[in-house]
Each structure stands twice: as structure tokens, then as C-alpha cells.
Design a protein around this ligand. Structure first.
Ligand SMILES: [Mn+2]
Length: 291
């Protein structure tokens, strides 16, 4: 997989060269194991298209973050077999991290892609922890015959890297043993309804360097309706932003993925909100920049 510019840029027509970019948007339209609703392969292109409807000025942070330079990469090659795809994706991310100081924003695709995205970050940052925002625990060692399932997204990384789960409200009997055990800290949604208290606990559980993986089903379905396996009772928009703002201001956020957008004909709410979320997080990261 080569790192090449995409035909369509995220937010702006002015593509920054990768070397000078502050952020790198990388589409990863991988979809092999979705088990209920389908369509995550069309997620990244829909999010990038929707980003053109955003104002350049982010009204909350007051920043025009695009001016700091956004590079948008051509989609990762998702025509490969599962066996080839994950090592190739890891290799791609390793080269990306080696060639730019830009913070990558990977856009999925199904959540299994996170398995290919994380290892280079784990190698590079010794004090890394993971903020896992999701309705599902995603801790199954394997699901429906493959360890590369969306339902296993966080299992491998969470064996060795502190993993803090929020929004969780769907757990299988099998994965329950991995929650709040070893490196995993799980905040079940129903038990952590006081958002300010939750944010304090999450900040205390994360290390100084953080990778954020966002399954859009961590939000309540009214915020992100078009996703494969929705669950009631998730984060509201402002509750989630309060959490992400706190993490981006107190921690060094080195990478983000936003996965499981599955566009549907009925509306464009989810892809637009995911684009707005990505641009807002860029604003938070650059506002909190201490480098
Ligand atoms: Mn999920």
C-alpha cells in the first residue's frame, strides 16, 4: 500500500503535503465481518464528502484548523485477503508515522481495522493507552471463525496496552472475563451516568499518551443512526465532546480512528456528524498542543 494523496480532500481543497501536515486523514474502507447491518465500506468516502459541508471555522474552538494543514490519503487497499491486509495495514501505518508529525485520523470501515492500526503506535509509544469509545466491549478472542472480527477489535491490543472502555452496553458472557481484568478498565454505560464523574475516572485511568478509537455506535443512535449494530442509551453529542475535549487537553493524543459509519439512503446524518466530530477533535488536539 502506497501513501498517496486522495482525489477528494477532507474539509478543504488545499491539500497539505504530508511532511508539513498537522493531521492526516486515512480512509480504511475494510468490510469483511459485519454481522448485522452492512455498508461500512462506503463509510470513509461518505465522511470525506460530508466534510465539504462543514464550515472552515469551528464554532466551538474558534479555530480554522484546516490552515494548520490536512493531508488526505487515498484509501488503504482493501481488496487484499484478510491474511495479507492486516500486515500490509500495519506496515502502512508504520511508514506513515515515520514520515510525518501529522496526527493520523483513520476513517473506517469496520472496527476490526483497529487491529492493524494499533501495533505501530504500541511499538512507538511506550506509555501508550487506548481510549475505546463503543457500545460493545469488542473483547472476544474470535468471533464467527476469525480473530479479525469487528467483535474482536480490541482483544489483541488490550492484552498488552492499558485500554479504557466507555459507552459499553453490550457484553457477551465470553468477554465479561476480560473486562476490568489485566490491562482493561471498563466503564459500563448504565453504571456511569454522571458524565463529569466518568470523565474524571477516565482521565485517571489513561496514561499520558493516548490513541482514541471511536466506534460511532458509542454515541446514542439519535446522534449516529447509520451503523451496523446500534444499541440504545449511548453518549449524547455534548457528553461525548466533554469527554474528548478533556482527554485532548490533558493528554497527548497521537492517533484517532472513527469506524463503523454505514451510510444509508434515508439520510446523511451519520456521515456528516462523523465528519464534524473528526474536525472538532482536530481543533481540540491543536488547541491542547504542547509540542
Ligand atoms: Mn460497536
Amino acid at each position: 500500500m502506497k501513501i498517496r494523496p486522495n482525489k477528494v480532500q477532507f474539509v478543504t481543497a488545499d491539500s497539505a503535503p504530508l511532511e508539513n501536515a498537522r493531521f492526516a486523514v486515512v480512509p480504511v474502507p475494510w468490510e469483511k465481518t459485519t454481522s448485522y447491518g452492512h455498508g461500512t465500506a462506503r463509510g470513509p468516502a461518505a465522511v470525506i464528502d460530508a466534510s465539504w459541508q462543514l464550515e472552515f471555522l469551528d464554532e466551538e474552538t474558534g479555530r480554522e484548523t484546516w490552515k494548520e494543514g490536512i493531508f488526505t490519503a487515498a484509501p488503504a487497499d482493501c481488496s487484499l485477503s484478510e491474511k495479507k491486509f492486516f500486515p500490509e495495514l500495519e506496515n502502512y501505518v508504520e511508514r506513515l508515522l515515520g514520515s510525518t508529525r501529522a496526527v493520523p485520523f483513520f476513517i473506517g470501515g469496520e472496527h476490526s481495522v483497529t487491529q492493524g492500526l494499533l501495533p505501530p503506535f504500541q511499538k512507538r509509544y511506550k506509555d501508550l493507552s487506548i481510549l475505546h469509545f463503543d457500545a460493545h466491549a469488542d473483547l472476544r478472542p474470535e468471533y464467527e471463525g476469525t480473530p479479525r472480527s469487528h467483535a474482536s477489535a480490541l482483544y489483541p491490543a488490550s492484552r498488552t496496552t492499558p485500554t479504557v472502555q466507555v459507552g459499553i452496553r453490550s457484553v457477551s458472557h465470553d468477554e465479561k472475563v476480560y473486562m476490568n481484568a489485566g490491562k482493561v478498565k471498563t466503564f459500563l454505560a448504565h453504571a456511569h451516568r454522571d458524565n463529569q464523574a466518568l470523565i474524571r475516572k477516565v482521565l485517571a485511568s489513561l496514561t499520558g499518551t493516548v490513541y482514541i478509537t471511536i466506534d460511532v455506535d458509542g454515541f446514542d443512535p439519535y446522534v449516529m443512526p447509520a451503523t451496523g449494530t446500534p444499541q440504545p442509551g449511548g453518549f449524547g453529542w455534548y457528553e461525548a465532546l466533554d469527554l474528548f475535549r478533556a482527554v485532548c487537553s490533558k493528554k497527548n493524543v497521537v492517533g484517532v480512528d472513527i469506524v463503523e459509519v454505514a451510510p444509508r439512503k434515508a439520510d446523511t446524518v451519520t456521515e456528516f456528524n462523523a465528519a464534524k466530530l473528526a474536525y472538532r477533535l482536530m481543533g481540540y488536539i491543536s488547541a491542547g498542543d504542547r509540542r
